[in-house]
Design a protein around this ligand. Structure first.
Ligand code: BES
Ligand code: MN
Ligand code: ZN
Length: 537
């Protein structure tokens, strides 16, 4: 049996579909659903219903229930109730929108609240969502949040209770197979109440929200897939599958082609694994494109550290070390599905960092794509090696901007925590553009510097540069400065380049919150899609 044919528990091909979404214009009292989600704002006299269109009976009942059970309407808190007078539903989930600033709740508050509410819904297939959607941005945020809250990853759940046989899979209350971690059946349909308005912008926004949520879900699925099943070759297959019906061209370089072309970084990182590396290029180039953005993603399908082996405790989360590549693939998919008039080329630098007998050694010198040499003093600083090869490749197409996304350093988590990504750049405008789009997309990103003096800490006695710093401090920034070495900066050849370190935000090891579940988060997808949308106008 070839090493790539190792049998796994599941092949991971049964994907949980996101719920179908309908923008519902029907009168609320006439809609039948299993559950309703109702937004509540915080006020001096307790929580009050945020949407006017509810029947008066229901408003009274819900506000009375909130008061009786001390539900204040604090943002993203939820309260589950049985059905109430005036609504054809068995269950109501109240969700807090906080105290609105001025007279309007923000799209971000709505996205988070919708997510929290859908996570709180239990045993419902059809869910009516009653949150403020007057403005297109609000409707989009509600759709994104609700879909991402309803996200599930059950491909590896057998549904067998301990000691049970296949004949007696867990059944939920409705007698369906209960595959979820929580023994609940998933939501299959969302009715997003948009009121009697048949506003074209609101409908289009609901559709955009669906495309973005589907892209984020694709990234989450890839991150959550165990590394037994997701290695460079299968990741490349998944990429091909994901763009099959879209106007996106795919090129996959295998290890032989990589060797012929001189991809020293990707090959060196991949050589310790029995499952060889790949470089995937995804090209979306619509006619009438307003510019061209290159996206580069780190795709280490598992990072053991290599010969510079990681301690056991820091290893399980390293299946998420391909989150940058997942984000890039998902963004290209979304751009193509939305038909954005901007050219996008995505590069997935895929390798498995293993300590096999053919692995690179600390002190090896490798020749990168393009000819620079690197002394590899620590094989666990592998991300920058595969990224540099892919960034140099991206530059060959002369894009207007290069944005790379990578779970690059533990230092990012130390500096900014597990929810805020660091954005570094050789270009102030591009760095600000990335951060501003994160803000609109509801992701937390913060600008970080690339101090020039750090370059000298990577001076090597034998090669052009070493892959680690001689100093322990500023690890996130040194990694950025290493990558900058491969990008023409300042002067006539200047190419705007930004580097987003998503080491913490890519994988949620804590409890679920808002629209974010445990495990893969799909970090950076919403931001990158928004950036491309804004470059399209
Ligand atoms: N994939 C890790 C970075 C990482 C750490 C991501 C924690 C997510 C959570 C990366 O390849 C790595 O190991 N970086 C080293 C670099 C060091 C050897 C200079 C690190 O951060 O320790
Ligand atoms: Mn590493
Ligand atoms: Zn890594």
């Amino acid at each position: 049996m070839s090493p790539t044919a190792t049998p796994s528990a599941q092949q991971g091909t049964t994907r949980d579909a996101l719920p179908a979404v309908t923008a519902s214009t029907r009168k609320l009292s006439g809609v039948t659903a299993d559950a309703a989600v109702v937004g509540m704002v915080q006020g001096p006299d307790g929580a009050t219903v945020a949407v006017e269109d509810l029947p008066e009976d229901s408003v009274h009942a819900l506000e009375a229930a909130a008061a009786a059970l001390d539900f204040t309407g604090k943002a993203s808190t939820t309260l589950r109730l049985p059905g109430v007078e005036g609504l054809e539903v068995d269950q109501v989930v109240l969700v807090g929108l906080g105290r609105p600033d001025g007279d309007d709740v923000t799209p971000d508050t709505l996205r988070r609240a919708a997510g929290a509410a859908l996570r709180a819904v239990s045993r419902a297939s059809t869910v009516l969502v009653v949150l403020p959607t007057e403005e297109a941005e609000h409707a989009r945020a509600v759709t994104e949040g609700a879909l991402l809250g309803a996200y599930r990853f059950t491909a590896y759940k057998s549904g067998l209770a301990s000691g049970a046989t296949t004949a007696s899979r867990d059944k939920d209350a409705k007698g369906k197979d209960a595959k979820g971690a929580d023994g609940r059946d998933g939501v299959t349909e969302l009715l997003v109440h948009v009121g009697a308005r048949r506003d074209k912008d609101v409908r289009a926004a609901v559709e955009r929200g669906q495309v973005v949520a589907a892209a984020v879900a694709l990234a989450r699925d890839l991150v959550n897939t165990p590394p037994l099943d997701l290695h460079p070759a299968t990741f490349a297959d998944r990429a091909e599958q994901a763009v099959r019906s879209l106007p996106v061209k795919v090129q996959v370089l295998d290890e032989k082609q990589l060797a012929r072309k001189g991809y020293g970084g990707i090959l060196a990182v991949g050589q310790g694994s029995s499952r060889p590396p790949r470089l995937v290029t995804l090209s979306y180039s619509p006619s009438r494109a307003k510019g061209h953005v290159a996206l580069v993603g780190k795709g280490i399908t598992f990072d053991t550290g290599g010969i510079s082996l990681k301690p056991p405790a820091s290893m399980p989360g390293m299946k998420a070390d391909m989150s940058g590549a997942a984000a890039v693939l998902s963004t290209v998919v979304a751009a193509a599905r939305l038909g954005l008039p901007v050219a996008v080329t995505g590069y997935l630098a895929l390798a498995e960092n293993m300590p096999g007998g053919a692995a690179q050694r600390p002190s090896d010198v490798i020749t990168m794509y393009g000819g620079r040499t690197v002394e590899v003093l620590n094989t666990d600083a592998e991300g920058r090696l595969v990224m540099a090869d892919a960034i140099v490749t991206a530059l060959e197409q002369s894009p207007d901007a290069v944005i790379d996304v990578a779970t690059l350093t533990g230092a990012q988590v130390v500096a900014l925590g597990s929810r805020v990504s660091g954005v570094m750049a050789n270009d102030d405008a591009l760095r600000s553009e990335v951060v501003a789009n994160a803000d609109v997309a509801g992701e937390e990103m913060w600008p970080m510097p690339l101090p020039a003096h750090l370059r000298a800490t990577m001076d090597s006695t034998v090669a052009d540069i070493a892959n680690i710093s001689s100093k322990r401090d500023a690890g996130m920034l040194t990694a950025g400065v290493f990558l900058q070495e491969f990008v023409p900066t300042g002067g006539e050849q200047h190419v705007p380049w930004a580097h987003v370190d998503i080491a913490g935000p890519a994988f949620n090891e804590g409890g679920p919150f808002d629209h974010v579940h445990k495990g893969g988060t799909g970090a950076a997808v919403a931001t990158l899609v928004r950036l491309l949308e804004n470059r399209s106008v």
